[in-house]
Design a protein around this ligand. Sequence first.
Ligand SMILES: C[C@](O)(CO)[C@H](O)COP(=O)(O)OP(=O)(O)OC[C@H]1O[C@@H](n2ccc(N)nc2=O)[C@H](O)[C@@H]1O
Ligand SMILES: Nc1ncnc2c1ncn2[C@@H]1O[C@H](COP(=O)(O)OP(=O)(O)OP(=O)(O)O)[C@@H](O)[C@H]1O
Length: 293
Amino acid sequence: MGTAPLAVETAPAKINLALHVTGRRDNGYHEIESLFVFAEVADELHASLAEADLLTITGPFSQGLGDGSTNLVARAVAAFRTRWPDHVPHGLALELRKNIPIAAGLGGGSADAAAALRLMLRLGTGTIDNAALFELAVELGADVPACLISQPLLARGIGEIIAPLAQFPSCHIVLVNPLIGVSTADIFKRLNGYDNYPLPTLPSPMTRPAQLGIWLAETRNDLQPPAVKIVPEIGMLIERLAEAPGCMLARMSGSGATVFGLFGSNAQAHQAAHELRADLANYWVTAAPLIVP
Ligand SMILES: C[C@](O)(CO)[C@H](O)COP(=O)(O)OP(=O)(O)OC[C@H]1O[C@@H](n2ccc(N)nc2=O)[C@H](O)[C@@H]1O
Ligand SMILES: Nc1ncnc2c1ncn2[C@@H]1O[C@H](COP(=O)(O)OP(=O)(O)OP(=O)(O)O)[C@@H](O)[C@H]1O
């Protein structure tokens, strides 16, 4: 039996239920308005003591993911140590259990970076300025600040201006990925327009899944059309999920290629996942509850 880890952080998958591209900055980044939620499907980061800092990667999606300085976990740890050199002593062995597909629109790498930052925060003794932590997070990736929160939120700016939602209806999600990686930068480059209308105002209070469904019907994912051109399977998956009994909305998350189906019922979500898995044996299919405040 191995020794118990010092600490474990989960890195939940991010889903953009709606994503409007509303502008473009001079540095090439795009302004977005997005409703972010997180599912109870997660990578895991296990920390234990070692002679020197070390990162190993295990799990179903570890293949092809470098454990060197380009890995977002290693980059997050290095950036944290540069900013706060004395907070956590050197000699940390991290095991990243990769359960979320890579380059899938589920923010896996961003979630891992955020989990690494939370871990560093927990393992140290001093106080860290929260605003400075969020500034460091956005330098690692536009999605990393949202992943630090990992609860339903509205994001603006390049995704870093965050407003967590105090309440959110209990929902279930089915995620389907054709195991075709998509580059986020490529999809943004292929956008035809980037001055789309902002998100409508969310109902308040929003307690029922049906209210969310009505609001979502007025929204889009502006990255979906360019992504469908590159990966036509996305269109087929949206049609399949939309037909499932109880599915309130089928759409692509982030820059793809993962497609989600949103359900009010756990049983209907699991039934849809079961049927898709039977037909699409080579795809990644999972059903999970959304994390709510
Ligand atoms: C599309 C989303 O997944 C929505 O949640 C995110 O905005 C992307 O977040 P991310 O993967 O953390 O993004 P980054 O690693 O910072 O950016 C990857 C690339 O996507 C493009 N990018 C990203 C975010 C954004 N608001 N505008 C962009 O144009 C840029 O070309 C950038 O070089
Ligand atoms: N720990 C990590 N997990 C996943 N990808 C990583 C990691 N570290 C670096 N990367 C690199 O980051 C890139 C994007 O991977 P990621 O899985 O975060 O994409 P994504 O789900 O499309 O993200 P987003 O939704 O934020 O655009 C990949 O090319 C991958 O090689």
